[in-house]
Design a protein around this ligand. Structure first.
Ligand code: MN
Length: 150
């Protein structure tokens, strides 16, 4: 079960984050971008895939226009319920700090391969064709995230 790592990192008696239960999914897939004021401020980009939210930490945030490639570091899968999560993770817990939803919406999946993911995001802030490609030269979990030229 791919949410094992998510659950292992968290004490659900202390954090307000949702428990690591798998979801139904299967409808129109959703994405969410959460702004996370942890020790290193970043944005978390999450795409629904196979009943969980595949997740990347994006230090500089998701670009709104084409041209700029942003580093996106793959992190553990999150439960679908996380797409609704906003709140404060207490001091001392994993990811301590404020989490706020920066954008959310649905997407059309064009490609989901081991090294390349292409989606069309339909959110409030983010709209258009986006690519995630493995950036192997940098590191095992490193990807590049950018908006495609139309
Ligand atoms: Mn985060």
């Amino acid at each position: 079960m791919s949410l094992q790592e998510y659950s292992k990192k968290r004490a659900f008696s202390k954090t307000p984050e949702p428990r690591g239960a798998g979801g139904e999914g299967g409808g129109v897939p959703l994405f969410v971008v959460q702004e996370h004021h942890s020790s290193h401020h970043h944005f978390d980009f999450r795409l629904e895939h196979e009943g969980v939210l595949a997740s990347w930490a994006v230090p500089k945030g998701v670009p709104e226009s084409p041209g700029e490639k942003r580093l996106a570091v793959r992190t553990e899968d999150h439960p679908l319920a996380y797409a609704d999560f906003e709140g404060s993770i207490p001091e001392g817990e994993y990811g301590a700090g404020e989490v706020k939803i920066w954008d959310r919406g649905t997407f059309v999946l064009n490609t989901w391969e081991a090294d390349r993911i292409e989606v069309i995001l339909q959110g409030n802030r983010l709209n258009g064709r986006y690519l995630l490609v493995r950036f192997k030269r940098a590191g095992e979990n490193d990807w590049l995230l950018f908006r495609a030229k139309e």
